[in-house]
Design a protein around this ligand. Structure first.
Ligand code: F6R
Length: 240
């Protein structure tokens, strides 16, 4: 794993945005793997600013998101589909038809998982996958104990993940208990992976990732077996 130290969150976002923008400039029909959550929002802002100011075009790009909650339609404000439209898709020239997010409301969720996996393969695989990391080491919604050979599947969210994501739901609203996520094997098939670690609350998991052996108890540790992974961590995340 290549490790890049960013001075702060803005620097982390700048470095990651430059990687994504360069990827799209080098390969205008690149396949990008995208994440939601708090960490990538600043990156998407920088991509939007670059699109507006310098005209980087996403007209030929295809995207696959890591995950989606089961039971939330794409117009639900807490869905990842809604997040992606607001943060990025509606603000650049990327046709929505070229964006992919698992459907959490598919009648047959198992079939949805199979089709999602097939769609990634049919697109030629992911050129660059962006990842955040959960406090328990999850990537996507692959919680500790997920088999390394897992492909896109339905997961039961752990209490810690539900607690961490509770803030994205209205008070009194029931939080989904399940999600669809790319599996660890799906993520590992990406040609290049960029893992983002930001904030003091991520310092313990960054420390574990860098110091513990590869194990299914620490899902992100599988990334050490990939030949082209870049970890970008800001100063707060390094502050052990
Ligand atoms: C999001 C995802 C998750 C998050 C992780 C970190 O699509 O798959 O693995 O990347 O939970 O979330 P934040 O960035 O909110 O700390």
């Amino acid at each position: 794993m290549e490790i890049i130290r960013a001075t702060d969150y803005d620097d982390l976002c700048e470095k990651a945005a430059v990687m994504l923008i360069s990827q799209v400039q080098q390969k205008p029909n690149a396949v990008l793997g995208l994440a939601t959550g708090a960490t990538p929002t600043g990156i998407y802002q920088k991509m939007v600013a670059d699109h507006q100011e310098r005209g980087t075009s996403y007209a030929g790009v295809r995207t696959f998101n890591l995950d989606e909650y089961v039971g939330l339609p794409p117009e639900h404000p807490s869905s990842f589909a809604y997040y992606m439209r607001k943060q990025l898709f509606d603000r650049i020239d990327l046709p929505l038809a070229q964006t992919h997010i698992p459907s959490g409301i598919a009648a047959d969720l198992e079939q949805e998982c199979r089709q999602y996996e097939e769609a990634i393969l049919a697109a030629g695989g992911i050129d660059m996958q962006i990842l955040g990391i959960g406090m328990n080491g999850h990537i996507g919604f692959n919680e500790p104990g997920t088999p390394f050979q897992s492909v896109t599947h339905v997961v039961t969210l752990t209490e810690s993940t539900r607690k961490a994501n509770r803030r994205y739901f209205d008070e009194g609203e029931t939080m989904p208990s399940h999600a669809i996520t790319m599996g660890l094997a799906t993520i590992m098939r990406s040609k290049r992976i960029v893992l983002l670690v930001s904030g003091k609350h991520k310092a313990p998991i960054l420390h574990r990732l860098l110091n513990e052996p590869v194990s299914e108890d620490l899902p992100a540790s599988i990334l050490k077996q990939h030949s082209h992974v870049t970890v970008i961590a800001d100063a707060d995340a390094w502050d052990q």
